[in-house]
Design a protein. Structure first.
Length: 126
């Protein structure tokens, strides 16, 4: 439930997804697939045109999503050892270089998960 504090209730796309994960997966905690799904949702919110967010009248869902990813990466970095996840985070960083807040959070997230990734996934790491 502490994870839900990082997500604003108004950003219902993330809040409801995380609430569902927390309620149903608490005994199992998280797994790599749920983290991959969350990172892809955050990436879509940050990189895409924001059509879903506009339709749901959400504000700052991109920053809130990457904040949640960052919190999970800090706590569960082993779930982020995946080429697709790493690639998605690099794409977020590349797409939002001009946004200081998202760039800093993404770099912090990458710092939590990037131990030995240059050896594990050298193609993405470049």
């Amino acid at each position: 439930k502490e994870v839900l504090k990082f997500v604003d209730k108004e950003a219902s796309v993330y809040y409801n997804t995380i609430k569902l994960l927390v309620e149903r997966i608490v005994p199992v905690l998280l797994d790599k697939e749920s983290v991959k799904y969350l990172v892809s949702m955050a990436k879509n919110s940050i990189i895409d045109d924001g059509e879903i967010e506009a339709e749901l009248k959400l504000e700052n869902s991109d920053a809130k999503g990457i904040d949640l990813v960052n919190a999970l990466a800090n706590t569960y970095p082993h779930y982020f050892v995946d080429e697709e996840l790493f690639s998605n985070l690099v794409q977020i960083l590349d797409a939002r270089q001009d946004d200081v807040e998202i760039s800093e959070i993404t770099l912090e997230t990458l710092s939590y998960i990037s131990k030995n990734l240059e050896h594990v996934y050298p193609k993405v790491y470049r």
